[in-house]
Design a protein around this ligand. Structure first.
Ligand SMILES: Cc1cc2nc3c(=O)[nH]c(=O)nc-3n(C[C@H](O)[C@H](O)[C@H](O)COP(=O)(O)OP(=O)(O)OC[C@H]3O[C@@H](n4cnc5c(N)ncnc54)[C@H](O)[C@@H]3O)c2cc1C
Length: 486
């Protein structure tokens, strides 16, 4: 490949990069594309490009053992695992996203899905458990307050910290549900309580639509993007333990932000500024098998609502996997600092913590004679190919800043990955769509149409202003024409 003509597509946490060079002289009409990172974004781009028949695609994936990135169905831990019970990364489809491309892949592949089921809220501080309509009423009220907080930010014309904005509405407005409860729901809700989350770029649909579990496992979706030997997978060389630290630093998003990775020539300033405006959150998952089911079998999700800071993020939410795979399994979620602490815990400490929290949820009587027989867990934060799990827009980020992540650095660098998606950040479908976007840019020869160097590139805000101006002009002209006709 002629490396003077290399194109690189970078993806943030996901670290997907596409390198593309003109190989037409060497391989007939095919151009050579290198995609760095075999997560769902990279695989989507690879497939789309490969299907045109015009590109020789290579995917460079740093892991030797698998591709899929944060879609990770770890079938090694359970015999005859179905999938959902061993999905240690993605496992939900968001039904509120119209035309979700992953939902289509799932349906085309006839994969089995099941709704998340009802949520049961446990509020031990008041000795209350809310199920069915009672729980729905609380969520509806919470949703309403969130919308009010968003309106408040929009009306003020400046971005606000989401958690603080919701707290201020809770303080000032009347609510139909108990305010202490609502404020504990907020504290217990991971994304919304993340410090410094942008209110203006918060999308409630994204938070409240996670209701479809893929029982057959998300790795099936990844497999469907990689079948038929379409791409050549080159595993990037695994380094020895001694120099791994150095190498991983160079390749992780965390370190990308600290500028340890040097791009030569450097990426545009706007890219760096946008990267700094995106935060990284931490999450993990724990799957436990018990000697028997001791929880209500018809409930989908159990959540411990609390104002106790020590409990925050530590296994507050449990998914009843028995509903999906008919085994005595629960999946617990860890967030933020609790997710970090979790990675250094021994299995015995994890079991102790889990039993402690499940006792708060279901009471001592139910926990008598309960033993944990299998422990499976993720370790995303110390995973040197990920280093943090969830991207989120920080207060002050502007939609137009995403231009520097969604447009290539012409002529050779294209970007993809969940973090580049303004609308669907931190989702598997967002990552997928971003890969398709990058592939489309390459296919449509985007860079050939770019304005000449030195000519100012329009941001989306400027473009919208311009479009509005021209629409207004058209309207006026139409109005004049109408007047004349009358
Ligand atoms: C615990 C957890 C639960 C989640 N749950 C959901 C959910 O239910 N629904 C949902 O839609 N989303 C969920 N997500 C988010 C979703 O998994 C991600 O948004 C999506 O998978 C990101 O895809 P990606 O291709 O952008 O990045 P990644 O999947 O991170 O892919 C990046 C790839 O690049 C590789 N790589 C890294 N560095 C290099 C390098 N230097 N050279 C070569 N390769 C490299 C990595 O190994 C990886 O394979 C969850 C994420 C986590 C962590």
């Amino acid at each position: 490949m002629d490396c003077k003509k290399c194109m690189v597509l970078m993806i943030k946490i996901s670290m997907i990069a596409v390198v593309m060079g003109d190989n037409s002289k060497n391989e007939g009409l095919q151009k050579q594309v290198i995609i760095v990172g075999g997560g769902i974004a990279g695989l989507a781009a690879a497939r789309k490009l490969q299907n045109t028949g015009q590109y020789a695609v290579n995917v460079l994936e740093a892991r030797r053992e698998r591709y899929g990135g944060r879609i990770f169905t770890d079938r090694s831990s359970f015999k005859l695992a179905r999938g959902m019970e061993v999905d240690l990364g993605t496992n939900w489809l968001n039904s509120m996203v119209k035309d979700n491309p992953l939902a289509k892949i799932v349906s085309d592949g006839e994969l089995e899905v099941k709704s998340a089921g009802s949520v049961q809220l446990h509020f031990p501080e008041k000795g209350q458990v809310y199920t069915g309509d009672d729980a729905n009423k609380i969520f509806t009220e919470f949703y309403k307050i969130t919308l009010q907080a968003m309106k408040k930010a929009a009306d003020s014309g400046k971005d606000l910290d989401l958690k603080k904005a919701i707290q201020s509405v809770l303080r000032d407005e009347e609510t139909v549900a108990d305010k202490t409860l609502l404020s504990s729901v907020l504290e217990s809700h991971y994304t919304m309580s993340l410090s410094g989350h942008s209110t203006q770029l918060f999308d409630p649909k994204k938070e409240f639509g996670w209701d479809t579990g893929v029982i057959d496992g998300f790795d099936q979706i990844v497999d469907m993007r990689t079948k038929k030997g379409e791409h050549t997978f080159c595993r990037t060389k695994e380094t020895s333990t001694t120099d791994r630290g150095e190498q991983d630093k160079k390749q992780s998003f965390g370190v990308l932000k600290t500028e340890t990775v040097i791009f030569d020539p450097p990426l545009p300033k706007g890219w760096k500024k946008t990267i700094e405006s995106i935060g990284i959150g931490f999450s993990n998952k724990l799957v436990l098998q018990f000697n028997k089911v001791f929880w209500p079998e018809d409930i989908g999700i159990f959540t411990l609502v609390t104002s106790n800071q020590d409990d925050m993020g530590m296994l507050q939410t449990w998914v009843n996997l028995h509903r999906y795979v008919n085994k005595p399994l629960l999946m617990g979620m860890l967030h933020d600092q609790a997710a970090v602490r979790f990675e250094n815990m021994t299995d015995n400490e994890i079991k102790e913590n889990a039993i402690n929290i499940l006792t708060k949820l279901f009471g001592e009587e139910k926990m008598k004679d309960i033993t944990i027989t299998i422990v499976t867990k993720s370790k995303w934060i110390s995973d040197n190919k990920v280093l943090g799990t969830t991207s989120y827009p920080k207060v002050g980020i502007l939609p137009e800043m995403f231009d520097s992540l969604t447009k290539p650095v012409c002529p050779y660098i294209y970007f993809a990955g969940e973090y580049t998606s303004l609308e669907h950040m931190n989702t598997a479908h967002g990552a997928y769509m971003s890969g398709i976007r990058a592939a489309d840019q390459i296919i449509s020869n985007y860079c050939a149409k770019e304005p000449l160097k030195g000519k100012k590139v329009e941001t989306s805000k400027e473009k919208t202003k311009k479009e509005k101006k021209s629409e207004k002009k058209k309207e006026n002209q139409n109005g004049d024409k109408l007047k004349d006709e009358l």
